[in-house]
Design a protein around this ligand. Structure first.
Ligand code: ADP
Ligand code: MG
Length: 695
C-alpha cells in the first residue's frame, strides 16, 4: 500500500484521539482540564496516564523515555532512560510510573544559568507539560517538560512561555467579559512560525571549518552571481531539494507537525517551510522539531542544513516569521477585523492593546531577536532594521485616526483585481498590501513579527509579546469594569492609545534611510547590536513587568541578561579562534604555496628572456596581501588575549563588538581579495559559487 498522509499524520503522537481512545473516561476528562484550562495536574491521573502512555509508546517501538526540555541554549535537551526494570526472576519488566512521567531530576550544572545556580546545587527538575503532546522519535518516548533549578528558578524557555499563556488568557478573558462574552473560558496565543534555511552540499560543507564550527562562512569572495536576478524566489525546486523536503515533511507529519508550505527563498540555496498555526506552546515545540529534523534529514540526504542567520555575506540571511494571534475556545480570532472593522469595537480594542504593548515594550521585543548571528542580518536591507515599528495598512490606520482625532476616515474601496480577464476568477483587492519591510506587520488577521533569527527559539519573542499584551489588557479591563458607559469608554481607550502610541505605527518602507532618522525623531528605541539590545532585560520597567505577572523574578531577569551576553561573547570568541586557525593552517600555507609558484614561473620567464608585467604585479600583490593577513592575524590574536582577560561581562561583550569584530572584518576583506587572485585549484576551500550553486 502506498503512503497515505492522513494515516501517517500524527501517528507517532500520544494525541488527543489516542488518549480519548485509551484512557479511562475520568482520567481523560481530568487531563483535558489541565491541558485546555490550565488546571493543576492530579498525581493519580499522572499514574494512570503513565501506564497507558508507556504501553502505547512500546507499541510504537520505544524502549526508552526522555524528559525533553529547552534550556537556555537554542536547542533541546534530554537524557534517555529505559523502561526496563529487573523483575527479580532474572527477567525484565517494562515500567513507567506517574512520578517518572510528572517529574525528572537531570543534572543542571552544565546548562547556562547566568549565575543562578551554585555548582554544589547541581540538580535541576523537569516537570511534565501536559499542554504539549508526548511523541515517539526513534526508540524514545519524548515528554515535553519545563526545566528549573534545584531552588526553583527557571532555567529554560518553556516555563516563562507557559506562564505568559496563562496570564494572557486571564487578562483577555477579563476584557471579553466586559464586552459581554460569557462563553469563552480560555484565550490562546497562536503562532505559525515560518522557518528559513539554507541547504548546501554535504561534501563541500565538510571542507569548510567555518561552516562546521560557526555555522557561517568567515571568508568567501562574492560570487559572480548571487541573488541579483531574483530568479530563486519561488522558482522551480531542484530535485535533490524536493527529495529532502518530501522526506522532511513525512517525518514531521508523523510527529504531528503540520508542515504546510515549502518554497525557494530569495537567496540561492535558501528555502522556507511554513507550518499551520497552533497554540504558541506547541508551535514552539514544533519549531524545535522542525529545526532538528532539518539538520538530520539533510545529513541523510548528503546535504547540510544551515540555520545560521547569515551564513553568507552579501546574500540574504535567514529569519523566522512569527505569526501571532489570539483565539478563544468559543471559536473567535480576536484579531480578525471581520467585514466591517470600523464598527468592530472588540477587534479595535485588542488591536490597540497590541499597539500599546509593542510601543511600551519595543525594547524587550527587540531583545528577543538579539544574537551574534542576527547582528549580521538585521538592518541589512533584507531584514527589518533594528527599530521596532508596526505596519497597519492605510485603512486600519485611518479608522484609528478617526477615533483618536475625529478626522474623516478615507474611503478605501477595495475593488477587484484583473476584472478585465473573463477567464480568471474575481479577486478582491486585499485591505492592506503585505509590507515586507516591517518588523511587526498586521497581515489580515494576525501580526507577523519578523525580526527573530532563524536559529533562535521562538519562545522568548512569544512570552514577551504575550506578557506585554496581557499587561495592557489588564489595564483596559480595570477601566472597563469601572466605567458607567462602556461603549463610550471603549472609544476613549482606543483614542487615547492611538494618540499616545500611534508613533510606533509606520506604513512606509522600513529599509529607507529616511525611516531611521524619522524613527529617532519619534523617540523609538534604536538598538543596533546585541550588546545594547539585551540591556532591555535589566531595565527597571521591564523587570517590573515580569515581576507583576509572575513571569520572572528580578534575579531571573538578571540571569537571562548574563546568559545572553555570555552567549554573545562565546560565539564571537569561537569565531575569532576559528578564523585564526583557518588563516594559519589553511589560508597562509595555500597563499605561500601559490605565491611561491608564481615566483617560480616569474623566474622561469626571466630566464627565458621574457619580462612579464602581469606575473610581476600578481606576485607582488599576492605577497603583499599575504603579509597583511599575517600581520592582522597576529594583531587579532593579541587583542583577543587582552579582551579575554577582561573580567566584567558587559565590558568584555562591548570589546568583542568594537575591537574583535572589526579586526576580523578587515582580515576577511584581505583574504577575500587574495581568493580572487588565486588559481581556483590552489584555494584551500570551496568558494561561494560552489556552496551556493552546487546542490
Ligand atoms: P504569508 O505570511 O506568506 O502571507 P499566510 O498568511 O498563509 O502567509 O500565513 C503564514 C503563516 O501564518 C502560516 O504559518 C500560518 O499558519 C500562520 N497563521 C495564519 N493565521 C494565523 C493565526 N490566526 N495565528 C497565528 N498564525 C497564523
Ligand atoms: Mg510570511
Amino acid at each position: 500500500m502506498g503512503y497515505t498522509v492522513s494515516k501517517a499524520f500524527g501517528s507517532k503522537v500520544f494525541s488527543d484521539s489516542v488518549m480519548r481512545e485509551r484512557l479511562p473516561r475520568a482520567t481523560y476528562e481530568s487531563l483535558k482540564k489541565t491541558r485546555d484550562e490550565g488546571l493543576p495536574l492530579d498525581p493519580e491521573v499522572a499514574q494512570v496516564v503513565a501506564g497507558v502512555m508507556k504501553d502505547w509508546a512500546v507499541e510504537q517501538g520505544a524502549t526508552h523515555y526522555t524528559h525533553w526540555f529547552q534550556p537556555m541554549t537554542n536547542i533541546t535537551a534530554g537524557k534517555h532512560d529505559s523502561f526496563v526494570s529487573p523483575s527479580g526472576d532474572g527477567r525484565a519488566i517494562l515500567e513507567f510510573s506517574g512520578k517518572a512521567l510528572a517529574m525528572g531530576e537531570p543534572d543542571a550544572s552544565s546548562f547556562p544559568s547566568g549565575g543562578l545556580r551554585a555548582t554544589f546545587e547541581a540538580r535541576g527538575y523537569t516537570a511534565w507539560d501536559a499542554t504539549s503532546p508526548a511523541f515517539v522519535r526513534g526508540t524514545s518516548l519524548y515528554i515535553p517538560t519545563a526545566f528549573c533549578s534545584f531552588t526553583g528558578e527557571t532555567l529554560d524557555r518553556k516555563t516563562p512561555l507557559l506562564r505568559s499563556m496563562d496570564v494572557l488568557s486571564t487578562q483577555a478573558l477579563r476584557v471579553l467579559r466586559c464586552l459581554g462574552n460569557e462563553t469563552a473560558r480560555r484565550v490562546t496565543a497562536t503562532i505559525g512560525a515560518e522557518q528559513e534555511y539554507f541547504l548546501i552540499d554535504r561534501a563541500l560543507y565538510e571542507k569548510r571549518l567555518d561552516l562546521k564550527i560557526c555555522g557561517r562562512t568567515l571568508f568567501g569572495a562574492r560570487p559572480p552571481k548571487g541573488q541579483e536576478l531574483d530568479d530563486h524566489y519561488c522558482g522551480r525546486i531542484r530535485l535533490r531539494v524536493a527529495d529532502f523536503m518530501q522526506e522532511l515533511d513525512e517525518r514531521l507529519w508523523e510527529l504531528g507537525v503540520p508542515s504546510k508550505t515549502k518554497h525557494n527563498e530569495v537567496a540561492p540555496a535558501q528555502h522556507e517551510l511554513a507550518p499551520m498555526f497552533t497554540s504558541a506552546n506547541i508551535a514552539c515545540d514544533h519549531n524545535q522539531l522542525i529545526m532538528e529534523l532539518m539538520r538530520v534529514v539533510a545529513k541523510q540526504k548528503g546535504l547540510a542544513c544551515l540555520l545560521h542567520e547569515k551564513p553568507f555575506a552579501g546574500v540574504n540571511g535567514s529569519g523566522k516569521h512569527n505569526n501571532w494571534s489570539l483565539s478563544t475556545d468559543d471559536g473567535q480570532n480576536l484579531l480578525d477585523p471581520g467585514k466591517n472593522p470600523a464598527q468592530n469595537r472588540q477587534f479595535l480594542l485588542f488591536l490597540c492593546a497590541v499597539i500599546r504593548a509593542v510601543d511600551e515594550y519595543a525594547d524587550l521585543l527587540r531583545m528577543t531577536a538579539a544574537s551574534a548571528g542576527n547582528d549580521h542580518r538585521l538592518g541589512g536591507h533584507e531584514a527589518p532594521p533594528a527599530v521596532i515599528s508596526i505596519f497597519l495598512g492605510e485603512s486600519l490606520t485611518s479608522i484609528l485616526e478617526h477615533i483618536a482625532y475625529g478626522s474623516t476616515p478615507e474611503r478605501h474601496s477595495r475593488g477587484y483585481i484583473m476584472e478585465d480577464i473573463a477567464a480568471l476568477p474575481t479577486i478582491h483587492r486585499d485591505d492592506c498590501d503585505r509590507n515586507r519591510t516591517s518588523p511587526f506587520a498586521f497581515t489580515g488577521n494576525k501580526f507577523e513579527y519578523r525580526m527573530v533569527g532563524s536559529s533562535a527559539s521562538i519562545a522568548s519573542a512569544t512570552y514577551v509579546l504575550n506578557t506585554a499584551v496581557a499587561d495592557v489588557l489588564s489595564g483596559i479591563a480595570d477601566r472597563l469594569s469601572a466605567a458607567q458607559n462602556r461603549e463610550a469608554e471603549i472609544d476613549r481607550i482606543i483614542g487615547e492609545i492611538y494618540k499616545q502610541h500611534g508613533r510606533v505605527v509606520f506604513n512606509g518602507n522600513n529599509y529607507s534611510e529616511a525611516w531611521a532618522n524619522e524613527a529617532a525623531r519619534r523617540g523609538l528605541p534604536v538598538k543596533n547590536r546585541t550588546v545594547e539590545a539585551v540591556e532591555a532585560l535589566v531595565a527597571p520597567k521591564n523587570i517590573a513587568l515580569f515581576k507583576r505577572h509572575g513571569i520572572f523574578t528580578e534575579a531571573e531577569c538578571r540571569a537571562r541578561y548574563e546568559i545572553l551576553l555570555e552567549q554573545y561573547v562565546k560565539t564571537v570568541s569561537i569565531e575569532e579562534a576559528t578564523m585564526t586557525e583557518m588563516v594559519r593552517r589553511q589560508i597562509l600555507p595555500a597563499a605561500l604555496r601559490y605565491t611561491g609558484a608564481l615566483a617560480g614561473e616569474y623566474t622561469h620567464m626571466r630566464e627565458a628572456g621574457v619580462e612579464s608585467a602581469t606575473a610581476k604585479a600578481l606576485l607582488a600583490a599576492c605577497a603583499a596581501l599575504t603579509d597583511a593577513v599575517q600581520q592582522k592575524t597576529d594583531a587579532l590574536e593579541a587583542s583577543s588575549q587582552s579582551v579575554q582577560a577582561l573580567t566584567e561581562l558587559p565590558a568584555q561583550a562591548a570589546a568583542y563588538r568594537d575591537e574583535i569584530i572589526p579586526q576580523m572584518q578587515a582580515i576577511r576583506e584581505d583574504v577575500d581579495r587574495l581568493e580572487t587572485m588565486t588559481e581556483d585549484s590552489a584555494w584551500p576551500m570551496p568558494s561561494y559559487t560552489d556552496l551556493l550553486h552546487r546542490v
